[in-house]
Structure formats: C-alpha cells, structure tokens
Ligand binder design. Structure first.
Ligand SMILES: NC(=O)c1ccc[n+]([C@@H]2O[C@H](COP(=O)([O-])OP(=O)(O)OC[C@H]3O[C@@H](n4cnc5c(N)ncnc54)[C@H](OP(=O)(O)O)[C@@H]3O)[C@@H](O)[C@H]2O)c1
Length: 281
C-alpha cells in the first residue's frame, strides 16, 4: 500500500472531466475524502488540478473509460494498491442519445447502453470485491428524472436510466447484507455540457425524417427548461449528504423541476401523465 489513509475515506468518481462529476470530486475532496477523479481523457484534468493545487485538496487522477475492460481494471486495481480500500463509488459517466425511436440505429442504442448501463456494471463489479471484504461502502449511481418517466425523442437515454434504476434497486438487496449501500441520484435539468455533448441519431439529421418537427419542438422545450436548470453543485451536495448519512435513502431527487414531475406522476393516472408529456413533443 502506498498511501496512508489515516481513517480518511476513499472515493472514486467516474466521468469527472466536466459537469456533475467535476463538482462531485470537488465536494468530496473539500469534505475530507481522498478522492479519485477518473476520466477517459487525462488531458482534461487541468481545471480540477488547478483548484486542487490552489486549495491543497487530496484529489488524484486516473484514466478510466467505462466502456473499456482494461482501463477499468487498471484504474481500480491501482487505486486499491495505493489505498487498500474503497469507501465510495460514484458512477457518473454518461451521455444522452437523442432521436425518435424509429430513427435510432441499433448500433447507436448499443453504444448508449455500453456507457450508461454496461459502464456502470463494469466499474461496480470491479469495486465490489474490495467493499465486500472490508464489509462497508456505498455505490452512488447518477440516474435522472429520466429514470422515472419517459419523454419524447429520448427513448434510448430514458431506457438506459430505467435499466440503471432496476439494476441498482435489485443489487441493493444482495449487497446490503455485506454492509454495502446503494443510492440513486435523480437530477432534473442540470446546467452542464450534457446538452451540447448529446449524440444526435444519424437518421434524425435527415430533413425527410417524419419526426423532424417533433425534434425541433423538443429542442426548444429543452432550451427553455435549461434556463431554469439547477447548477451541478447541488447534485454534488446531495451526493455528499447521501454518502455521509448513517442511513442513506435509496433515491434522492435534485432540482425543483424533477420534484414537480415526480409529484405530478404520483398524483396523476398514467393516462393523465402521458397526456401532459405528449404536449412537450
Ligand atoms: N445535465 C443534466 O441535465 C443531467 C440530468 C440528469 C442526469 N444527468 C446525468 O449526470 C451524469 C453526468 O452528466 P453531466 O450533466 O455532468 O454531463 P457532462 O458535463 O457532459 O459530463 C459527462 C461526463 O461523462 C464522461 N463520459 C462520457 N463517456 C464516458 C466514458 N466512456 N468513460 C468515462 N467517462 C465518460 C464525459 O467525459 P468526456 O469529457 O471525456 O466526454 C464527462 O466527463 C450523466 O450520467 C447524465 O446522464 C445529467
């Protein structure tokens, strides 16, 4: 073991080169966690590294592409070699694929799941043996309001987050007896690069797509929602609350918008909720 952790907890965050992941790394490091900011491209560490140096924060960096078996294995093994333990894993890396269902190619949907679902499985399975041996730990999966309800032109992204919800909920029963907790963070619209980095289905770019008008309406509606979006630091604060809680909840909503959607979903019949969402597209 290379590092004395002195009872400090060790946290790993995936996809920390920007947005929510970046904010979570800073929040955990500022609250005494030895924090590993992992990212697929280490050329992007500069922002975090500058702040870490200025504030003397214990942030370490590792290359980790959630879609690459070797990259995941190497990163997790080297963290365990350095610290001997892992207390927190935040599965944050993800992106959105946009396009009407009929316009999606199977390849595009598979890539979406490769990152948002199989990426989480890959990293979590690499971390669990260490948490199980130490009989403690917490897995935090960054889901979305899109893990609780569907909406137009996002069936690939929504289904990846629904899969994440089912995976997390089921896994919790199995790993709780070993002292490991699981948490789902469900943000609403958060002001990050997410919307600029979205992948647009190739067929959606075709001006003859029968769904062109629906795509344009949705784009406008998302731009409007973004104006009222929540800053990523709120998501980070919620993650801190969950990982420092003695008894973390399974689900945490982040943002007034998603709180309102879920409130509506509880109050409305499926048909009423469907009619309200249909107005968006
Ligand atoms: N923004 C929102 O409104 C919102 C709402 C609900 C949930 N979420 C979820 O929050 C998470 C973070 O998104 P964000 O809003 O912070 O967007 P973001 O700023 O685009 O950040 C996404 C991060 O994921 C990383 N990533 C993508 N593919 C990866 C891979 N294969 N391996 C490792 N890292 C990878 C990106 O790395 P690169 O820099 O290399 O691309 C980037 O660091 C996602 O899971 C997203 O679904 C976002």
């Amino acid at each position: 073991m290379l590092m004395m952790t002195n009872d400090k907890k060790v946290a790993i965050v995936t996809g920390s080169s920007s947005g929510i992941g970046n904010a979570i790394v800073l929040e955990l490091a500022r609250n005494n966690f030895i924090t590993y900011g992992t990212m697929r491209n280490l050329d992007k560490i500069s922002d975090l590294k500058t702040i870490a140096d200025q504030e003397n924060l214990k942030i370490y960096f590792k290359q980790l592409d959630v879609t690459d078996d070797n990259s995941v294995k190497n990163a997790i093994n080297s963290i365990v070699e350095e610290t001997g333990r892992i207390d927190v894993l935040v599965n944050n890396a993800g992106y959105g694929l946009v396009g009407a269902f009929e316009d999606l190619s199977l390849d595009e949907v598979q890539k979406q799941f490769e990152t948002n679902v199989f990426g989480v499985i890959r990293v979590t399975q690499a971390v669990l043996p260490t948490m199980r041996k130490q009989e403690s730990g917490i897995i935090v999966n960054i889901s979305s309001g899109a893990g609780r309800f569907g909406y137009p032109t996002a069936s690939a992204y929504v289904s990846s987050k629904f899969a994440l919800e089912g995976l997390t909920e089921s896994m919790s029963y199995e790993i709780e007896p070993f002292g490991i907790r699981t948490v789902l963070i469900e943000p609403g619209v958060i002001k990050t690069n997410f919307f600029n980095s979205m992948s647009l289905a190739r067929k959606s770019k075709d001006p003859d797509s029968p769904y062109l008008q629906m795509m344009q309406v949705m784009e406008k509606s998302v731009t409007k929602m973004l104006e009222k979006g929540t800053i990523p630091q709120y998501v980070a604060k919620t993650v801190l609350e969950a990982v420092t809680s003695k008894n973390p909840k399974l689900r945490y909503l982040v943002g007034k918008d998603v709180e309102q959607w879920i409130e509506n979903k509880k109050k409305m019949s499926d048909e009423e909720f469907h009619d309200m969402m249909a107005l968006l597209g």
